[in-house]
Design a protein around this ligand. Structure first.
Ligand code: ADP
Ligand code: ZN
Length: 727
């Protein structure tokens, strides 16, 4: 890795920029670096953190090399992680520097955590005893190091009492090492009596962990069948082998319940990793993961880039969840990259879901993944009974969105003092506001999207760029007062309708834009689980993972929402979401019901949900994908061209199309104006690359970009391999 010349040693360093390769730096005499060392290097006028990379140093005149400024006292980023970065960069066509940047997200953690000064009882005795002093000595006689304030607090005295004692030599000063962010998990803390099915799956997983080889297992089990319980056994096995474990969850910020389950099993919580973690905590987790003190991390997709040095298992819970796809800078799917990580590291990966992705099902059918089915809910918990409400036959009252059938069931549920959940995947009050006099529609000034009214906040908001404005009294177009109408429902509007029907019920609205953020959401979710609400109205964040024991009715306000967009996964997504939402009902023994309001009760998705015949749905969906050569039978990539003006974007996109080589196994479609033609003031065009399964789609696109027009002006090109979104 380092090239020795008589005078200058040099090393390649990957910096967190859109750099296509590592840059060469001189290693000053006396400095020790190895591949993976985290260093600080000069870059232009600044200094940045980077990672010493592998491979030869480019031939650069040694006199022109700038020296590495500093090597951090930090465990090097290991070989597996470096190979993962290279792999992801190659696969997603991202600059390796931008992938490496995801590892370097906690800069303060590159230096060791400081030790704090503490006190320990010495042989000295105080000149005289007081009641306060006696309490302090009683505490400190355990011989353990205390912090000054900790001891004062524990003894219930002021810090000056401690200082007085210290002055008399009663204490010696000691340094206290950094506290672990979490206690080590205890694999024998408790463990569940597994059912036969569960045990069979657990045994397979334990054997894989024992074998310490790459393998992927899909645990396919209805909600409540004990998937979590089962993969905890794999976690325990990996911990017993001395390994670290990563559990990926789609909405970690909201899964307090998960952390508690883990604690019940292992006697301590796992370390958390997600964007809502306070910065200081992030740094400590990062550092302790690198040093190996943290054994288990439960985290969002970015946890994949934590600097584990001894990883032996990854679990991807709710593996089908679209939240695993990052669509910003580096476009990657954390589920797929977790599998790659396992492959590189040579350890097992567990994917769990009640509604697996079609991709994972096909991988299982083709024998690439093992599949374990858990078909029954644990204990007496029965799956909810499911039915559609045909909105053509039982339409809501004028101006409303809830059918008499659903309202009737809500009334019955209230009567039994049980909880109802109404699900609508739309934040705010109404998705469109228009003027009844002139027809003016309120759109975002910089996106091709309507503004969504948020009545609680009194604002019109763009859900794409965040633009917001006060809801006016008069139409800005024709000036007429009081003639603005809200079209269509969002959760706030459903809440209004619910309150009009059930004024005495305790109603809660839950959506991700709620004031008070994650903290408030957690409290609300806890309150619901404790039965402190009768009716909950929520967006998809209520669909995920929560266990509400008293919830016996789930109503889906608009089950058709999501079926209409031209996305090849529309049916799959809708099926997954609706299954997950209705799965919130009946988590305990009570009889429960899920109702889907739909205008298409005969749609295959609705039929699959109502009949519970998921196999038929998957068979059909898989056959359909195969027929149209869509993933996983064929490969897709999106190329999104954006620019400050429409002509710039369009002409660049057309230029790319013209540069496309004719190939047997790859076709380029488009360009077409993107469905979201304007976002944040940028005009967007899309090309779609469709390829055979075996084709080298990355190589093709790389050649295409190289042959296409030079990037000029405001033009930006983003490649999205395996796109999830076609907007
Ligand atoms: P899933 O992850 O498939 O939704 P969970 O693992 O959350 O299912 O299990 C559902 C509920 O049943 C949980 O409360 C869990 O503690 C309980 N449970 C599942 N299996 C067992 C078991 N073998 N023994 C005791 N409780 C179990
Ligand atoms: Zn906007």
């Amino acid at each position: 890795m380092t090239a020795d010349s008589p005078t200058t040693r040099a090393a390649p360093v990957l910096v967190p920029m859109p750099a296509e390769r590592a840059y060469s730096y001189a290693v000053p005499d006396g400095m020790q670096v190895v591949p993976g060392s985290i260093v600080r290097v000069p870059l232009g006028p600044r200094e940045v953190a980077g990672i010493v990379w592998d491979g030869p140093v480019e031939a650069v005149d040694p006199k022109k090399l700038r020296p590495i400024a500093h090597v951090f006292d930090c465990p090097p980023v290991n070989d597996e992680m470096r190979r993962l970065v290279d792999w992801i960069a190659h696969y997603t066509l991202s600059p390796p520097g931008m992938v490496a940047r995801m590892i370097l997200r906690a800069p303060e953690a590159f230096d060791p955590e400081p030790w704090t000064e503490g006190l320990k009882r010495s042989d000295g005795e105080p000149d005289r005893m007081t009641a306060a002093r006696a309490r302090v000595l009683e505490m400190a006689n355990d011989g353990i190091a205390w912090t000054r304030s900790g001891l004062a607090h524990a003894a219930g005295v002021s810090s000056t009492v401690i200082d007085g004692l210290r002055a008399q030599g009663v204490f010696e000063t000691v340094m206290i090492p950094p506290r672990p962010v979490v206690a080590p998990p205890d694999t024998s803390y408790t463990s569940a009596e597994l059912t036969n099915d569960q045990e069979a799956t657990a045994a397979t997983l334990r054997a894989q962990v024992e074998a310490d080889k790459f393998a992927v297992t899909l645990i396919d089990g209805v909600t409540g069948s004990g998937k979590t319980e089962v993969y905890f056994e794999a976690v325990a096995a990996a911990l017993d082998k001395g390994k670290q474990v990563l559990i990926l969850l789609p909405e970690i910020a909201l899964t307090q319940a998960f952390l508690e389950r883990f604690q019940n099993r292992f006697g301590t919580k796992p370390a958390e990793w997600h964007s809502d973690l306070p910065p200081r905590m992030r740094e400590r987790v990062w550092r302790q993961v690198a040093e190996g003190g943290v054994r288990v991390v439960a985290g969002a997709r970015s946890a994949l880039f934590l600097p584990f040095n001894n990883l032996g298992l990854i679990v991807v819970d709710e593996e089908h969840d679209p939240a695993y796809k990052q669509e910003d800078r580096v476009f990657y799917n954390a589920r797929d990259m977790a599998v790659v990580r396992g492959h590189i590291g040579g350890f097992p990966v567990v994917l769990a879901s009640a509604t697996p992705s079609v991709e994972s099902r096909v991988n299982a059918e083709q024998g690439k993944y093992a599949r374990s089915v858990l078909s029954a809910r644990f204990a007496e918990a029965a799956l909810p009974q499911l039915a559609t409400v045909d909105m053509r036959r039982s339409p809501p009252a004028r101006g409303g969105f809830l059918s008499p059938v659903l309202l009737g069931k809500m009334r019955e549920t209230l009567g039994r003092q049980e909880q109802s959940l109404l699900f609508l995947n739309r934040r705010g009050y109404a998705p469109l506001t228009l003027c009844r006099v002139c027809g003016h529609r309120f759109g975002c000034p910089v996106c091709s999207a309507w503004l969504v009214e948020h009545r609680f906040r009194g604002q019109l908001v763009c859900h794409h760029c965040g633009h917001n404005e006060k809801r006016p009294e008069a139409c800005p177009e024709c000036g007429t007062f009081d003639h603005l109408v809200a079209c269509g429902p969002g959760v706030e509007r459903i809440a209004e309708e619910v309150v009009s029907h059930f004024p005495d019920a305790r109603t809660i609205v839950l959506s991700s834009d709620m004031l008070g953020g994650v903290k408030r959401l957690r409290l609300e979710l806890e309150a619901i689980a404790n039965g402190e609400a009768d009716i909950v109205i929520g967006t998809q964040l209520v669909a995920k993972g929560h266990n509400f024991p008293n919830m016996t009715l789930v109503g889906v306000v608009d089950a058709d929402l999501g079926l209409a967009n031209g996305d090849p996964r529309a049916a799959e997504r809708t099926y997954q979401l609706l299954s997950q939402v209705t799965g919130r009902a009946g988590r305990t023994g009570k009889k429960s019901l899920g109702l889907l309001q739909t205008f298409q009760p005969d749609h295959p998705v609705m039929r699959a949900i109502v009949s519970g015949d998921s196999e038929a749905f998957y068979d059909r969906e898989i056959a359909e994908r195969e027929r149209s050569a869509l993933p996983p039978y064929g490969r897709l990539a999106g190329i999104i061209v954006s620019a400050a003006t429409r002509p710039e974007a369009e002409s660049h996109a057309r230029g790319l199309r013209r540069a496309a080589q004719v190939a047997q196994d790859v076709h380029v479609l488009g360009p077409a104006e993107a469905p979201l033609a304007l976002i944040g003031g940028r005009h967007r065009f899309r090309l779609l690359v469709q390829a055979d399964r075996k084709a080298d789609i990355q190589g093709y696109i790389r050649a295409l970009l190289a042959a296409g027009p030079k990037l000029r002006g405001s033009v930006r090109v983003q490649v999205d391999i395996d796109p999830q979104s076609f907007l």
